[in-house]
Design a protein around this ligand. Structure first.
Ligand code: SF4
Length: 320
């Protein structure tokens, strides 16, 4: 008999002993189990800006970790050694109980835990266990994901995650050709998370070959329609199987200007030396400045998330 996994939009129907496309979920004796449950393969402390999250407790340090696995096959993957099965099948991580991760976050004094680096959707039973304990301990939770949730996964995770960063990788053709995925579940998840009121920032890695002005206008319109407030446009550098050339600062600057004109409040450059200051949407005053690896600087104009010059409230969560 086959049974289905409901962790992502693929809803793989698995026979006894069969493993899903992610390589980590398997049908065993009438239930689907996560083969690498608790096997941590990447662990570190990052600033929230690295996720990237610019409007969620700026500058705070977050305990970040991953298990193996992903349900996409992006040819440009930046973390392919921990996301793609052919690279991780012979490797093992360090088994950590959820309580050990929470204890580590408390010991290192990080106010949040981030599920990141690979695709947390495919190890979401572990995400749920860690997140429940993290909440009990008063920690915030962050999920960096490709956004291809199933409906069940959205219901399961939205109540447990305080902030999401979702990749919108391109148009439907790009997802099909380059990622072996689909934009549809990603756009549906973005809409559901915005509607839930949870914090959301979206990231798109911009190539010059695929992310033409026409495609970028389409993505901007899709995000604007779904009321996304923060969009990170990141410069592409050649990686893994992709031979596309590096994206120029000039091209990135062009698409950022275009995106700002579509009405999305905050559009930021990533992997770039372009200016990433947060500007007040009301009076254009600079509210948060950022530079290189340094912690962001909040100007005296931003108090408790509100611009003191024009009283506009900035999207996001800011310490008083
Ligand atoms: S996580 Fe997604 S890809 Fe993996 S088995 Fe479940 S439905 Fe399939």
């Amino acid at each position: 008999m086959k049974i289905s996994c409901d962790f992502c939009w693929r809803l793989c129907s698995l026979s006894e002993g069969q493993t899903g496309i992610c390589g980590v979920r398997q049908h065993q004796a009438g239930r689907v189990v996560t083969l690498n449950w608790g096997s941590v393969v990447a662990l570190g402390v990052d600033r929230a800006e690295k996720k990237p999250l610019y409007h969620f407790h700026p500058g705070h340090r977050t305990l970040s970790f991953a298990l193996f696995g992903c349900n996409f096959r992006c040819s440009f993957c930046q973390n392919y050694t921990i996301s793609q099965q052919e690279f991780f099948s012979q490797r093992e991580g360090t088994i950590m109980e959820p309580s050990a991760l929470v204890a580590l976050a408390l010991e290192r004094n990080t106010p949040s835990i981030s599920f990141t680096y690979s695709e947390p959707l495919v190890w979401q039973d572990y995400v749920v266990e860690v997140a429940l304990l993290a909440k009990e301990a008063g920690l915030l939770t962050i999920m960096v994901t490709n956004g291809s949730f199933s409906e069940a996964a959205l219901k399961r995770l939205i109540p447990l995650i305080d902030a999401f960063n979702i990749d919108l990788k391109g148009d439907e053709a790009f997802y099909k050709q380059v990622c072996q995925g689909s934009a549809r579940p990603v756009l549906a998840s973005i809409a559901a998370i915005v509607e839930s009121g949870r914090h959301l920032e979206v990231t798109t890695m911009v190539t010059e070959q695929h992310h033409t002005p026409v495609v970028m206008e389409l993505l901007a319109a899709q995000l604007f329609e779904r009321q996304v407030q923060v969009w990170h446009l990141s410069r592409y550098f050649p990686h893994y199987q992709s031979s596309d050339r590096q994206t120029s600062e000039r091209y990135l600057s062009h698409v950022i200007e275009m995106a700002r004109h579509t009405g999305i409040q905050h559009v930021y450059p990533g992997n770039s030396t372009l200016d990433s200051t947060t500007i007040c949407p009301g009076c254009r005053s600079p509210l948060i400045t950022r530079g290189g690896m340094h912690a962001p600087h909040t100007t005296p104009l931003l108090v408790d998330g509100t611009c003191q010059r024009c009283n506009t409230h900035l999207y996001g969560h800011f310490p008083p």
